[in-house]
Design a binder for this molecule. Structure first.
Ligand code: GLV
Ligand code: GLV
Length: 355
């Protein structure tokens, strides 16, 4: 192959590899056993000649790596993730490296996990499973593992981009919840859905959705029974959930996080879970990932899963394919692909393959 592309991890499916090979690329996949590669590990992978890299959200892509990639002749980097808080985009710009991410293909998968955690928390599925396996079940009782009925409760969505909107749609349509949401930027996609869905319900003689777009985040925190976090992690959303904002939430609220760990002050959350046994939380991400803050693992009112929100076969293969296309397209100079549905101010540019 004429071009050398490195992937810092083996990725699902063969499509991404085939796409690159067909276009004259030599693909090198790092097979190191350790889960999280260090900057030194990645420098060694980049070597003297490298046209592009596909990397992972566990890696810190900053000055050191982008300058090395640029010296090796590299033009493109793609995260295999939609989030890119691990990437210093201004450093990439400085060294002339284009940065891509993988939005779109993980929207529904991620929203489904947020919904799964919401239901599991509301109906205490994990606690009940543990109880059963521990041999503690000795007969049906009227008050055994009584949880919340979501129908008629209010779901609160913080960050109504692609994923937050898909989650809101699932909870409103699937479970007949009322909706309140807050979004700093564009929120038209969710507004369009809920307006159209309400019209549909009315036309069928049913009650329209009770919903509103909140003008402050606090309104959502105060009014929602289930709160799901879907913002981008940046300076403005770091520790968005903290001691003070937790105290605004209902004592029996459910909090879901499938975005990024540092959006929650996790130590404050542990204290809140201890003080409020009826408060429940479902977490896919952690502040010091892969570690949990002390005490969290002991909380019965917490459900914790290891950053698996985008983990469906279709989505992971799609993410790998998109990451490969980002790198391939940029190196080959194919036209930039503008996604009309994108919500976040996009990183820098994105390419599509020839049709
Ligand atoms: C996963 O967390 C992603 O950002 O894609
Ligand atoms: C519960 O199992 C019921 O039949 O109501």
């Amino acid at each position: 192959g004429k071009y050398r592309v490195v992937s810092t991890k083996p990725m699902p499916g063969a499509r991404w590899i085939n796409l690159l090979i067909e276009q004259d690329f030599r693909v090198e996949i790092c097979t190191q056993r350790k889960t999280i590669l260090s900057v030194e590990d990645i420098l060694a992978l980049i070597g003297d000649k490298c046209d592009g890299v596909i990397g992972q959200l566990t890696e810190e892509w900053g000055e050191t790596l982008f300058s090395a990639l640029s010296r090796a002749g590299g033009k493109a980097f793609s995260n295999m993730a939609v989030g890119y808080n691990n990437v210093d985009v201004s450093a990439a710009n400085k060294y002339g490296v284009a940065v891509g991410n993988t939005p779109g293909v993980l929207t529904e998968t991620t929203a489904e996990l947020a919904a799964a955690l919401s239901l599991a928390a509301a109906r205490r599925v994990v606690e009940a499973d543990e109880f059963m396996r521990a041999g503690l079940y000795d007969g049906w009782l009227p008050h055994l593992f009584v949880g919340n009925l979501l129908k008629g409760q209010t779901v609160g969505v913080i960050g109504a981009g692609r994923i937050g909107s898909a989650y809101a749609r699932m909870m409103v349509e699937g479970f007949k919840m009322n909706l309140i949401y807050y979004d700093l930027y564009q929120a038209t996609r969710l507004e369009k859905f809920v307006t159209a869905y309400s019209e549909f319900l009315k036309a069928n003689g049913e009650q329209p959705v009770i919903w509103k777009r909140a003008s402050t985040m606090d309104e959502v925190l105060r009014e929602a029974d289930v709160i799901s976090l879907h913002p981008v992690l940046d300076k403005t959303t770091y520790h968005l959930v903290n001691k003070q904002t937790l105290s605004m939430m209902k004592k029996e609220a459910i909090l879901i996080n499938c975005s990024r760990g540092p959006v929650i002050d996790e130590a404050a959350l542990v204290e809140h879970l201890k003080a409020n046994p009826m408060f429940r939380v479902g977490l896919d991400v952690f502040e010091d990932e892969p570690r949990m803050k002390p005490g969290l693992a002991d909380m019965k009112n917490a459900i914790v899963v290891p950053h698996i929100a985008s983990a469906s076969k279709w989505t992971r293969e799609g993410m790998a394919t998109l990451a490969a296309l980002n790198v391939l397209g940029k190196i080959k100079g194919y036209p930039v692909w503008h996604d009309p549905n994108k919500v976040e101010p996009f990183i820098n540019e994105k390419a599509r393959p020839p049709s």
